[in-house]
Design a protein. Structure first.
Lengths: 555, 353
């Protein structure tokens, strides 16, 4: 529907000023804090001392060492994606289609392992499989065999796979549950059954879902900073290199780091478009008339299936458990000693500021995200048009950008007049808000589609002006559905490391930044205590959400 | 309170598509006025222009003497009943009904009294504390109506309010709506695509087609004296026979004369519209309009025949069982006796009788 400017002005006059003002405010916010920082970063990559140059890109692609880093990044991300799908898919199929024991508990384990930050997983696997790890030492002492070290490619891949297969699991479980069983029955009636049926009917239909999940795994792997920096050691990836170069350059310049950041974004965008292109060609909407029945396995097979699912779920949970136990071990300096106690928690008493900051920033950020999500979703769904499309793209953009890139963009944009924000709490809150908003926004948009526009028209016809109408009807109705995304945003915010590490200063440190610095000071015990606090916060947020939403599942 | 509504040469454009073309209507105080037409005819667009959800590109809409083109919806003092009911799912029945009064900051005692009265009138007082999800479709419909009338609107707008109900409830509800509307004497504009519903409830009907008003009139007049072939076809069922003017009437199917008096001098092609109930089937008479029975459907009080004429055209004829109890055989030869008809110009745009 084509709407002329005159028409939209008239419409605005008739519908009141509220949405016009909101649109302008959000547009300014998005341009200032999303478009402008990335624009600065992009420009910076082409300038050195005020002169236009391609030198940064020539330097990056010209040197064997840098090309190797890019190769490493792609290799580890692609491997993690493949392994994640290979692990998540059978997990989802077995746990949705067969009568295994303890489905709910498995779900809880998988969600929890997905929502805790990757770098804690990395750190935990070092505790388990590192040079002096629990398992490494145990095998060395018992069998006299040295299983080598976890550092490098294998370590990163292990952490990514276990951390990210839950995305594949969650997405495909939902798809499999909504699958219309008539399709499978049709296939069986035509003589295609068993594994052939899965291959020729079930898989092709849930393929778009698998691809969506795979994309998330890939992008998260590309963007993660904490895991490779901890467990990668000599195996360097792009995010780590960007951070190192950023630290070594004059921070007001950061031209080379910017160029690499641009390269990273270009690659993620390319994969995103590839996935969109495939999805557009092949996508099916499915609403199960009759969801598939759960197959009752014979006892032997049932035990095997249950064992498979539980072993994977427990291995995924192992890092959390290790961290929690480790946090209670006694330490002496940086050494663990025998016995359990609260030493580590006493040692982090000085870090209490970081804990307070984490909560303070996250709560402010989540409130901002909810307000933004509520209004943005409304503009995108109900006030379609060029501006709405632009806002949609702008708001989703940070989703595909690594956190460290956002951090550097923010520093470049806001360390000079007229708006100096570097070093403030505000810049942290803003970075978190724009980076984690997409979860909240997506769930808000999804919820809003379920609410019929006539509800608002009814309210307006009864005499409530548009703004009051919005808050008395649509906003209230959106809240429950929004929460599922908001809880993801919140959990992701308290666990955020990669932009924090660029933006924080002494006074604005958070738990994740504190863990990072503590780990690099070899204080493994206190790091475990901090990680436990973070994990506990995550669990608490999830429980709170479950309570509010009346026991409905996350996501 | 209730007001006359004037729609004065109104246009609506969506880009280059003109949804409403120079529509003028005048709705009297307390009148039950229906906009009737097939989907896409512009009836809902026009209703939403009156409500203020659509802008008015050209022309004026007046409530009483006030031009409301630029008055926002929330200040128009209208009650609106939506096709989907649009009951607020987070409020109880009582809170739904009270919503508009709260927006008007009506004092609490008066509010309670008015809500109580409106709920009684619409027979939902026993559900006052329920959540809307616990109500049936018909009950939700009553809540929607209650909520719209409690504010004592200048104008009640109803957009296909019965289309989500089953057939029996639809008849019950339309009677209820009509009674309440009469009792409160609210000017009402009602949108529907169901001609039977329109005929049943309306004081007057505007038949719309492709953005224009084809005819405005009382239900009987529209049915009995359609001013063009579209209305004849859309309201009830009509058979159309092509022909041309003849001495003292018209000639159809090349040879058969029908007596009639044209309302103006006209010669040339005509379309003759005949209602199925205005056809009498007789045993074959030479020189008459002859045909044979293709399908006979027994429908209780009458039998519906499909008759194939000599030229291959199939027409419908209804024969009352109490007058013609014998059901004719398939293939049986009959003569078609036209008892009453309306003659239109050859393009169907103008009635000549």
């Amino acid at each position: 529907m084509k709407v002329s400017i005159g028409e939209s002005l008239r419409r605005n006059r008739q519908q009141g000023w509220y949405w016009g003002v909101v649109t302008v405010v959000i547009l300014i916010f998005c341009v200032l804090f999303i478009l402008y920082p990335f624009g600065r970063l992009f420009m910076q990559s082409f300038f050195e001392d005020g002169h236009f140059t391609l030198a940064n890109y020539v330097k990056f692609f010209g040197r064997e060492a840098y090309r190797k880093v890019l190769g490493n990044t792609l290799k580890v991300s692609i491997s993690a994606t493949l392994l994640g799908v290979l692990l998540g898919l059978p997990m989802a199929y077995v746990s949705t289609r067969f009568n295994i024991w303890g489905k709910k508990a498995i779900n809880a384990c998988v969600v929890l392992s997905m929502l805790s930050p990757p770098f804690i997983g990395a750190y935990s696997w070092i505790l388990l499989l590192g040079k002096a790890g629990y398992i490494t030492t145990f095998i060395r002492n018992t069998f006299g065999v040295d299983i080598g070290s976890i550092y490098g490619f294998n370590g990163i891949l292990l952490v990514f796979t276990l951390k990210l297969f839950p995305y594949v699991y969650m997405y495909t479980s939902t798809a499999l549950q909504n699958f219309d069983s008539a399709l499978e029955e049709a296939s069986e009636s035509l003589g295609v059954h068993g594994f052939a049926r899965i291959r020729r009917v079930t898989m092709p239909i849930i393929m778009p879902t698998i691809l969506s999940a795979a994309l998330i795994v890939f992008m998260t792997s590309m963007a993660d900073f904490g895991t490779p920096v901890l467990i990668g050691r000599g195996y360097k990836v792009l995010t780590v290199l960007i951070y190192e170069k950023y630290l070594s350059e004059v921070s007001t310049q950061a031209s080379f780091a910017s160029a690499m950041a641009v390269v990273a974004v270009v690659f993620t965008m390319a994969v995103l478009f590839l996935q969109k292109w495939i999805l557009n060609r092949k996508s099916y909407t499915m609403s199960a008339m009759r969801p598939p029945e759960v197959v009752k396995l014979t006892t032997g097979k049932r035990v095997l299936a249950t064992a498979f699912v539980w072993i994977v779920a427990l291995i995924a949970m192992l890092p959390q458990i290790t961290i929690i136990i480790t946090s209670f071990r006694n330490t002496n300096g940086s050494q663990f000693v025998a016995g359990f106690g609260l030493d580590n928690y006493r040692a982090i008493a000085s870090r209490v500021g970081s804990i307070v900051n984490t909560y303070k920033f996250s709560i402010i950020a989540i409130i901002l995200m909810m307000i933004l999500g509520l209004h943005l979703a409304y503009i995108i769904v109900r006030r379609k048009g060029k501006v709405a499309n632009l806002l949609d793209v702008l708001a989703m953009f940070p989703y595909v950008i690594p956190g460290s890139v956002i951090g550097i963009g923010m520093v470049l944009a806001f360390n000079t007049k007229p708006l100096i924000l570097t070093g403030t709490a505000a810049i942290m809150v803003i970075a978190y808000t724009i980076r984690k908003l997409p979860f909240t926004l997506r769930s808000s948009i999804g919820t809003l589609y379920q609410i019929e526009p006539a509800i608002e028209e009814a309210s307006i016809s009864l005499g409530e002006p548009p703004m009051k109408t919005f808050f008395k009807t649509t906003a209230i109705l959106m809240l429950p559905g929004m929460l599922s995304g908001a809880v993801l945003s919140f959990v992701a915010t308290i666990n955020e490391l990669s932009s924090t590490i660029i933006l924080y200063t002494g006074g604005t440190s958070t738990i994740s930044a504190a863990i990072y610095t503590t780990l690099f000071a070899d204080a493994y015990g206190p790091a475990a205590a901090l990680s436990t606090i973070l994990t506990a916060s995550t669990i608490l947020a999830l429980l709170l959400f479950n309570k509010i939403s009346g026991g409905k599942n996350v996501i | 309170m209730s007001k006359t509504i004037t729609i004065d040469h109104v246009d609506k454009f969506y880009g280059s598509f003109q949804a409403i073309k120079d529509v003028s209507l005048s709705i009297k105080e307390g009148e039950f006025f229906t906009l009737l037409g097939p989907s896409g005819c512009g009836k809902t667009t026009l209703l939403r222009m009156i409500a203020g959800f659509n802008t008015i590109e050209k022309g004026e809409i007046r409530f009483g003497d006030t031009v409301i083109n630029h008055v926002p919806t929330y200040k128009r003092n209208i009650g609106m009943v939506f096709q989907s009911y649009a009951i607020f799912p987070h409020l109880t029945v009582q809170q739904n009904v009270a919503y508009g009064l709260k927006a008007r900051k009506v004092p609490k005692d008066e509010l309670n009294a008015r809500v109580e009265k409106a709920m009684k009138l619409t027979q939902i007082d026993q559900f006052a504390k329920r959540q809307p999800q616990q109500l049936s479709g018909g009950q939700q419909q009553r809540v929607a109506l209650s909520r719209a009338i409690v504010i004592e609107p200048d104008l009640l707008l109803m957009d296909e309010p019965l289309s989500n109900l089953d057939a029996k409830l639809r008849v019950e509800m339309r009677t209820a709506i009509r009674e309440i509307q009469r009792e409160l004497n609210i000017t009402t504009i009602y949108v529907t695509h169901d001609q039977e519903e329109a005929l049943a409830v309306s004081d007057r009907i505007a038949v719309m087609n492709m953005g224009v008003v084809e005819q405005v009139g009382k239900p009987y007049d529209i049915y009995a004296h359609p001013t063009n072939a579209f209305v004849a076809n859309f309201i009830g069922t009509s058979n159309f026979l092509d022909g041309e003017t003849d001495q003292g009437g018209v000639k159809v199917l090349g040879q058969n004369h029908i007596d009639c008096k044209l309302n103006r001098a006209y010669t040339g092609l005509v379309r003759v519209s005949v209602r199925p109930e205005h056809i009498e089937l007789e045993d074959p008479v030479p020189g008459a309009i002859n045909g044979e029975i293709k399908i006979a459907t027994f429908l209780g009080d009458f039998i519906n025949y499909e008759v194939r004429l000599a030229n291959g055209q199939i027409i419908q004829a209804n024969q009352y069982v109490h007058l013609n109890p014998r059901m004719r055989e398939l293939g049986e030869k009959v003569s078609v006796n036209v008892e009453r008809s309306t003659v239109f110009t050859g393009d169907g745009k103008e009635a000549l009788t």
